[in-house]
Design a protein around this ligand. Structure first.
Ligand code: FE
Ligand code: FE
Ligand code: ZN
Ligand code: FE
Length: 190
């Protein structure tokens, strides 16, 4: 499909020693850099999600976070697969955005009453900001992989993209069916 693209053949024979840096396009380099960014973000989420789960009030939200934690662990291994396909070492590069989004979530937990529905509303709000960041990232990276002719990588990234979208929808559902209404009935305790 992309016969003019010299980087295509190289990426198909990932891991081959004759592939050197000079054959890689700037776009390929950007793609790998962004993979490292989301790899850091996912690994950071694996550490942060258990704390969010513990802070949540409703079993429904706790279960949703637990499920997404398990999915996130798989997402980390998917990224390692993509690095492998490219013949790159799986390497994490600090994602300032995810660090900030997780800090926001922690701030919301600190500012809300333990055991309240309002706390859950806050956690859902923070979690959806995280999911949207991930949806934007995986959407862009899936597209970029296709542009680079990396169709296997695109497929793997697309799987995670679909998972992030479902996680986001589930959070909306939990907010709309229970948590938001319950929180609206709560009075401020301090
Ligand atoms: Fe993720
Ligand atoms: Fe990032
Ligand atoms: Zn970043
Ligand atoms: Fe996610």
């Amino acid at each position: 499909m992309d016969a003019k693209n010299p980087s295509k053949k190289k990426t198909r024979t990932s891991g081959s020693p004759q592939l050197n840096e000079t054959t890689k396009s700037a776009l390929h380099t950007l793609f790998v850099t962004e993979l490292k960014d989301i790899y850091w973000a996912e690994k950071h989420l694996v550490k942060a999600l258990p704390k969010m789960k513990k802070a949540a009030t409703s079993t429904e939200l706790q279960n949703a976070i637990e499920t997404h934690l398990e999915e996130t662990q798989v997402q980390v291994t998917r990224l390692e697969e993509v690095f492998g396909l490219l013949g790159e070492k799986a390497q994490a590069k600090k994602c300032e955005a995810m660090e900030g989004l997780i800090e926001e979530g922690e701030g919301i937990v600190e500012e809300t009453e333990d055991g309240s529905a309002t706390r859950d509303v806050g956690i859902i709000l923070a979690s959806q900001k995280i999911e949207h960041y991930e949806i934007a990232t995986y959407g862009g990276l899936t597209q970029l992989a296709k542009t680079l002719g990396l169709y296997d990588a695109a497929e793997i990234l697309g799987e995670t993209l679909a998972e992030e979208k479902r996680a986001d929808e589930l959070l909306t559902e939990i907010a709309e069916t229970n948590v938001n209404y319950e929180a609206s009935e709560e009075s401020e305790k301090h």
